[in-house]
Design a protein around this ligand. Structure first.
Ligand code: NAD
Length: 444
């Protein structure tokens, strides 16, 4: 495995040649504004106390408060936090939402914790980082192995702390819900957040198909991963008229040439505990509709669009030459390694980068934050309509840059994002206010 932070810096350096940017500003963007490391002390069910390393990386807030998830995973480390917070800066900038980039994490295997231990860990995280969070300061969200319940515990802890310690900070008390996104709907979460990343990906696919002159009913799609993102993507892509012919989970994959029914496939997967064996077309699941294939075979299928929606590094230099899809839509974060990216590009395969393709999630987080601050909650159709406006406009902007500058979509997305951040930095004329960043109006 390469170093994700080094890769992120190389990616930034790569686009600077297309930008008229002073070197000192680019240098500032190579490192986070702040990387905070703390040690959490958590009481275990057996009465002992364990310590866990925890991080928050705040990359840049020139365009708005830091924004990014908190993950609980054994692989969490300093450079991963720095890289992922930088990617969040670019992701928010590419869709034009008024946030910067952040990321947090705890080095832990949450599967080894009881529910009560998980709650104490989540609360401990919020206790030690509370001074760094706030609706106008830094707004975390769920990430790998964290969810709406974890956000609910953290929100509750934050509110208790706010009352005790942050009473002087009026902004944090007046809009406490807006300190976190990805919350349960009952605690200020937004309608449509769960669907947003998959729906955003499907909207991008619609736009891409138009540009590549692919007719939806003949456009075949293979989806790696049938979790929150992969399932909702398949659901909306199917409804938009695309033919989802393959899907996988960690235990195997299915190939259903006539096009699978995402809803039935999900019910079947829940029943069997795996997707293998779920060949669901129309209103029936039947063995004659498809066959089981391996996860590697799914990636190598002769389809129009391949959608990695599971893991980092799924397409690497070992399999990039075998990819037969015409386009790759990156719904996972970092599913194509830098070496594989070069190979795909040389082979003429169009890749829509993660910072654009999966930005529907953070866009819905922006809607949640905005609803929390205004106290006015939107119905789901409005969330979807506004998501569509933002995703379409971001895709069109990236596509336009790619044509004008004759670069691939990844470079184009980075050019757009980095330029937007540089514009904000230049307008400020000085490096950073750390507490109340300028709020910009989004141009959908
Ligand atoms: P999830 O845990 O709900 O689903 C992951 C799916 O991938 C599961 O179906 C799992 O079985 C499958 N999987 C695991 N290993 C696999 C393998 N080797 N081959 C095939 N399938 C495999 O996670 P998610 O929320 O759907 O996130 C998926 C990806 O999207 C991650 O990279 C995540 O960082 C990224 N992402 C998620 C969101 C979001 O809103 N959830 C937003 C942006 C990016």
């Amino acid at each position: 495995m390469g170093n994700p932070y080094k890769d992120a810096v190389v990616q930034l350096e790569d686009v600077t040649k297309y930008l008229n940017a002073p070197a000192y500003l680019i240098e500032q963007l190579k490192s986070p504004d702040k990387l905070i490391k703390k040690s959490l002390s958590v009481k275990m069910d057996d009465g002992s106390t364990k310590r866990f390393s925890a991080f928050r990386s705040q990359h840049d807030n020139s365009r708005g408060p830091y924004k990014g998830g908190i993950r609980f995973h054994l692989n969490v480390h300093r450079d991963e936090m720095k890289a992922l917070s930088m990617l969040m800066t670019w992701k928010c900038a590419v869709v034009g939402i008024p946030f910067g980039g952040g990321k947090g994490g705890v080095v832990v295997d949450p599967k080894k914790l009881s529910r009560a231990e998980l709650e104490r860990l989540s609360r401990a995280y919020m206790r030690v980082f509370a001074d760094h969070f706030g609706a106008w300061q830094d707004v975390p969200a769920p990430d790998v192995n964290t969810n709406a319940q974890v956000m609910a515990w953290m929100l509750d802890e934050y509110q208790k702390i706010s009352v005790q310690r942050l009473a002087s900070s009026v902004q944090n008390l007046s809009s406490p819900y807006a300190v976190l996104t990805g919350k349960p709907v009952e605690l200020g979460g937004s309608q449509g957040r769960e669907e947003a990343t998959g729906l955003g990906g499907s909207i991008v696919l619609e736009r891409l198909a138009k540009k590549l002159r692919l007719r939806r009913q003949y456009t075949t799609v293979a989806v790696q991963g049938f979790g929150k993102v992969g399932y909702w993507f398949a659901y909306f892509a199917d409804r938009a008229g695309f033919k989802v012919v393959a899907a996988s989970d960690s235990k195997g994959a299915v190939h259903v040439p006539k096009g699978l029914n995402p809803d039935l496939t999900l019910s079947c997967k829940k029943e069997k505990g795996k997707i293998a064996g779920c060949y669901c077309v129309g209103s029936v699941c039947d063995l004659k509709h498809g066959k089981a294939i391996t996860n590697d075979e799914l990636l190598e299928l002769d389809v129009d669009v391949l959608v990695p929606a599971a893991l980092e590094g799924a397409i690497h230099k070992g399999n990039a030459k075998k990819i037969r899809a015409r386009a790759v839509l990156e719904l996972a974060n970092g599913p194509v390694t830098p070496e594989a990216d070069v190979i795909l590009r040389q082979r003429g395969i169009v890749t829509v980068p993660d910072i654009l393709a999966n930005a529907g999630g953070v866009t819905a987080s922006y809607f949640e934050w905005s609803q929390n601050l205004s106290g006015y909650y939107w119905k789901k159709p409005l969330v979807f309509q506004r998501l569509r406006e933002i995703m379409e406009s971001a895709f069109d902007a990236v596509w336009g840059i790619s044509k004008r500058k004759k670069v691939d979509l990844r470079r184009a997305a980075y050019i757009l994002a980095v330029q937007r951040v540089l514009d904000a930095m230049k307008l400020r004329g000085t490096k950073k206010l750390t507490t109340v960043p300028l709020l910009r109006i989004v141009k959908a």
